[in-house]
Ligand binder design. Sequence first.
Ligand code: BGC
Length: 748
Amino acid sequence: MTIQEINAKTEALLSELTLKEKIRMIHGNGLFQSGDVKRLQIPALRMSDGPMGVRHEFHNDDWIPVGNSDDYVSYLPCNSAVAATWNRELARNSGRALGEEARGRGKDVILAPGINIKRVPVCGRNFEYMSEDPFLTSQMAVPMIQGIQESDTAACVKHFALNSQETERVWVNAEIDERAFREIYLPGFETAVKEGNTYSLMGGYNLIRGTHCCENPMLLHEILRKEWGFDGAVITDWGALHDTKAAAEAPVDLEMSVTSDFGDYYLANPLRKAVHEGQIPEELVDRKVRNLIRLMLRLKMIDVVTEGTSARAVPCPDRKSGCYNTPAHRQAALETARESIILLKNEEKRLPLQPEKLKKLLVIGDNAERLHAAGGGSAEIKALYEISPLMGLKSQLGGNCQVTFARGYHIVPKDIRADVSWQKTSIDDEKADDSFMENRGITDEETREKQRLLREEAVVLAKEADEVLIIGGLNHDYDVEGYDREDLTLPYAQDELIEAVLDVNPNAVVVIRAGSPVSMGRWKDRARAIVWDWYSGMEGGNALAEVLLGKVNPSGKLPESLPYCLEDCPAPAVGEYPGRPLTEEEHARMNAHLTETYAEGLLVGYRYFERRQIPVQFCFGHGLSYTTFACADLEITENSSPDAPVCMSLSVENTGDRTGMETVQVYVGRLDAGSQEPVKALWGFQKLSLKPGEKKRVEIPLPARAFQSWHTDAGAFVTDAGNYEIYAGSSLMDIRLKGRVNITKRTG
Ligand code: BGC
């Protein structure tokens, strides 16, 4: 259907609706669905979380799971893992699996992907997001959205915008200068709209410049609708509205929330009353309904038939039906998991292990055995199954290798998610944040004693074993919606455990499974091999085992820097995090608890660490392989394409003895960049597979934006004439080739 046809049908159906019916359509009439209009056969819009699979069913008006056995689903690797593959095709496959499963479960909108920029490494939802870099985020988000939408399911890109922390997530105000906003935090959303053609978008909980995102005319009207031309649906985060008039005026289309008093939502009876009383024009309601009807037409939820002068919706016969729990989805999960694993360090070729020689393997650490699918907040999944690392290793090594497990550290249970219906109170104003640290009456001393006993057991066993793997990291008590971590320290005395094991067995391999950075400073230099793994879906344990045992050559690259400690990071060091109390003036004009200035500006993540020369544990883009690669013959060509004014090409050769994959990364830096600007930034990448001795040439186009910056006075991206260095390499710090280009054009 052309956009003209869609719009004509939309107008025809809209003209049939009464005010009451229109109002029904623009607010939740269930925790995950909007109101329907039976008279005209307009169905409810059915939604579900989230990024890692389709969430289980809840009762319509209560956060209690229905509890049937038909809502187990494929559990996909988290978005950070997808980004770590640097493989656009895998992002598309993940999206395709997610969209197909959502449709298969009868959903219209999947509340994914999460693409907020990782401003602070302690943000509890970082595992749901992709990267600290806007280009990598955009490049991975677009195919994922397209993959989702292939199944007549809408992506709902979230959380628009600057929802970069969980502390006071509903009540934190972000103050940011326009250039950093445009160059760092908005490009992911902009590309999702312009290139990904996302059908919907979720407005964040937080405030920007004094106004909540979902009521924010600058964000939703000026930028999203006017500048980017978005004609899809904006859905609120659950409970993100605060005022009927502001919400009516802002171009937000569907109000969702966490309580079951659906008629009392801001866009329900209060809005109907205000329209009746003439305080709010009905045209504002129409605008919202239009966007929702357009969404339904795009999704083939409905068609509109006109008879004489009247129109009504009819079901669309050729809508895709989707499917869930298919072998193809499990394969997509496995392939993504494999390519997401990052070999951080591998001295003296410690890895891979040699399965044929391995007779006794000791696996230490709770994360070897822990299943993560059911945690994390709204990203929780009722997984059809989840292969733990221990199961992956055992099933691949078979019965001739004796695999012993030692838990190694004791998990202190947290109270935070004890209540199944936590979401109902998750945005309560009074919620005490320190409940996070409560631990069901267990004293520190008891905990320490348990940690000591488990550590000692592991150390005794480690002395005897042929090979030792320590599989630790975080879990969804830490990587979780609603809370940020306090620092980067590994919990449960894992540093002590790793040090003690390395004391008796210096060859022990350390695997960190987490969704956000942790400090490895105490043992990083001693450990010979370190592997980074994520919450990597139902096949994650198999993928990890394949990498450790050498069946798969690792090819993941860090989509974010791994700093030593939180104090080293830009937001706490230069900007404000987690925010400061409001001044009196701010208090008078905004409905917030905290405000924070993004004073670090453009210097987010690696842009800061490199510019300020702050050492990190492992840099952005880093990731080793069991083979080696050489790059040569860099060529830079300028061409007339306005979208890709510069193209670079180079040869990559596999100089080792195994087939492997390398991601060539291209960074661009303006030679006269100022001290508040990055030395260089990622503007191109390409992953390729090479057999031993094989050599291939890659061409990587660099987009116009690589040579532009946001000029606030012009209100546009403008090309900055001058000399630029083009860097090609294997990571931010492992640059193999450099070249120069002089950009003269000043067209925007
Ligand atoms: C989260 C959203 C989620 C929604 C519905 C909110 O608490 O912030 O990401 O989609 O709940 O579960």
